[in-house]
Ligand binder design. Structure first.
Ligand code: ADP
Ligand code: ADP
Length: 231
């Protein structure tokens, strides 16, 4: 149902220094954990390992989802349970509806509209009546970075996975876009376990647990309030 546990995880990319050293933490079902730390600290590696872009070697710890070592779970079923919202979503050169519906074959118009609404998408970027065949180029639709992010959020809402991996964009968005995306993310995260590479203060402040990474290790952890009191 979405419980995640990293147990003393070590990981090294070929020919590099260790990217993760003895990393242990737990995301309870429905909980939110924010990863923070400088570039190169190991945040993305944590997400990649959970999605099994790489597997841990024997003796380098374990990653468990709902108590099961993820190496013992079929990759397809693991990935079905995990939604990924990347920093910069690449969209297919097709209609917005197609881009939202991709990953859920045969989604109905109602389901698409519901997901789009929860992702705070506005009429301008919705082209449902033309449906799946509409080419963006033909329609002359171009999406901004913020709009593309909402498409990615809507796609994930439709997929409805118990676990979310989020990589927040660092780029500055205007305040109304920022507010829309925050709301969309709230709707997405609600009721799911989430692991975020967090840049937004709102994400960090609302996380159940913040992990501060440095050189592949967790150097501090706690709620936002606890970390503020310590520093
Ligand atoms: P962060 O997401 O916190 O910026 P990463 O997890 O991407 O950090 O990187 C952790 C360490 O692993 C860094 O030293 C980085 O250079 C290295 N690293 C990341 N990705 C790769 C890769 N694909 N191949 C080799 N080394 C990598
Ligand atoms: P930016 O807003 O960052 O300047 P662009 O508009 O240049 O981004 O688009 C970046 C990429 O995303 C391009 O490959 C473009 O074809 C693609 N893209 C943009 N809008 C859509 C869309 N609605 N559907 C599919 N792909 C899109």
């Amino acid at each position: 149902d979405g419980e995640i546990e990293f147990e003393n995880v070590n990981f090294t990319y070929d020919g590099r220094q260790a990217a993760l050293k003895g990393v242990s933490f737990k995301v309870p079902k429905g909980g939110s954990v924010a990863l923070v730390g400088e570039s190169g600290a190991g945040k993305s590696t944590i997400l990649r390992l959970l999605y099994r872009f790489y597997d841990l070697k024997e003796g380098d710890g374990r990653i468990l989802v709902d108590g099961q070592d993820i190496r013992d779970v079929k990759q397809a079923s693991l990935r079905k349970a995990i939604g990924v919202v990347p920093q910069d979503s690449v969209l297919f050169n097709a209609s917005v509806a197609y881009n939202i519906g991709y990953g859920k074959f045969g989604a109905t118009q109602e389901e698409l509209e519901e997901a789009a609404k929860a992702a705070q998408m506005h009429d301008r970027i919705l082209t449902f009546p033309e449906g799946y065949e509409t080419k963006v180029g033909e329609r002359g639709i171009r999406l901004s970075g913020g709009e593309k992010q909402r498409v990615a959020i809507a796609r994930t809402l439709l997929k409805n996975p118990p676990i979310l991996l989020l990589d927040e964009a660092t780029s500055a968005l205007d305040t109304s876009t920022e507010r829309d995306i925050q709301k969309a993310l709230q709707n997405l995260v609600q009721g799911r376990s989430s692991l975020s590479i967090a840049h937004r203060l709102s994400t960090i402040a609302s996380a159940d647990l913040i992990l501060v990474l440095k050189d592949g290790q967790i150097v501090e952890q706690g709620t936002h309030k606890q970390l503020l009191e310590q520093n």
